[in-house]
Design a protein around this ligand. Structure first.
Ligand code: DGY
Length: 328
């Protein structure tokens, strides 16, 4: 008998065909918006789930007693209750590696957009202000040769360090749980405490996963340590940063600017006070959002899902405890 898969994200025709060849597939689009009832109805009997951007809590898991695997089309796994999955012996997989370079590009896009005021000055032209030459009121600040502080030196942090070192001649500082001597050797990077990194960096980029320990890692105290000329970029998760404290720091020009790809509440409300700031650049969680990378992530997620449903250990298993539970 074919296993049953619930996909809560539409994949390319080729990948959907691969799923259909191996399993009975139910597609539930937009579960986070109006599709939650359809998802609930599809969960009983599901052996595998595939999707992203949906908080799968215990109440939803309880509706899927036959569930064997959740294949997340994301590297971040903060939407899942891993303890509950371990308890139930449900495997969780993610899609690391394939999105590393694209997400690092997003980090640099925000660094450059903030430093050179790309979005603000685009608006300035469209508003008809470019009537003569530009002057200091339109000047930005240099990126090349400055100091980039990377908080979280995982794959994406390292890809940023490489760009900064090799492409922009920047000095790289980093903070992570334990120092990484190989990164220091490759990129001339210096390990710092979080406070020292914040105080020394011209640009600070947050690249760390959201966990209990990293929630609100950057608040008013940390922002106060940054240079008034510094720029903060967040490409990790909204909740690693206290948005209210950031709003205040930006409004009072206590730091030069910020670039945010992620928010406490997504989608960001159109009346968010953040959108009143001219020293903030926002993007709608586009870290990995290119055609090529999203297809590679989906392919990786399908591989993980089909392997798990075939009883194989998937390549990108997040919770080995559940694997042990299923196989012992
Ligand atoms: C991820 O993969 O976790 C990115 O944030 C895209 O959602």
């Amino acid at each position: 008998m074919k296993k049953r898969i619930v996909a809560y994200k539409r994949l390319s025709d080729e990948l959907m065909a691969r799923l259909h060849a191996q399993a009975e597939v139910t597609l539930v689009e937009a579960p986070a918006a109006d599709g939650l009832a359809r998802l609930r109805a599809a969960l009983p009997g599901a052996h595998g789930l595939l999707g992203a951007s949906l908080r799968l809590d215990r109440a939803l898991l309880d509706l899927a007693p036959q569930l064997e695997v959740i294949s997340s089309v994301s590297v971040g796994v903060d939407n899942y209750d891993i303890a509950a999955l371990d308890q139930r012996g449900v495997l969780l997989t993610n899609t690391p590696d394939v999105l590393t370079e694209t997400t690092a590009d997003t980090g640099f896009a925000l660094i450059l957009a903030c430093a050179r005021r790309v979005v603000e000055l685009d608006g300035w032209i469209r508003a008809g202000h470019w009537r003569a030459g530009i002057g200091p009121a339109q000047f930005g600040c240099d990126v090349q040769g400055k100091t980039l502080g990377i908080v979280g030196m995982g794959r994406i942090g390292e890809a940023l360090a490489r760009r900064a070192h090799a492409g922009f001649g920047m000095r790289v500082l980093y903070h992570t749980r334990s120092p990484r001597p190989e990164v220091e050797a490759r990129y001339g990077a210096g390990y710092r405490s979080l406070d020292a990194l914040l105080a020394e960096s011209d640009f600070v980029c947050l690249c760390l996963p959201l966990t209990g320990a990293t929630q609100n890692l950057i608040g008013a105290r940390e922002l106060a340590l940054m240079k008034p000329s510094a720029i903060l970029v967040n490409i990790s998760r909204g909740r690693v940063l206290d948005e209210v404290a950031l709003l205040q720091a930006l409004a009072e020009r206590r730091i030069r600017g910020a670039g945010l790809d992620v928010f406490v509440q997504e989608p960001l409300a159109v009346d968010s006070p953040l959108l009143q700031l001219d020293n903030l650049v926002v993007t709608p969680h586009i870290g990995s959002a290119t055609l090529e990378t999203r297809e590679a992530m989906a392919r990786c997620a399908v591989d993980n899902l089909l392997a798990a449903l075939a009883g194989e250990r998937p390549a990108n298993l997040v919770n080995p405890v559940a694997w042990e539970r299923r196989n012992n």
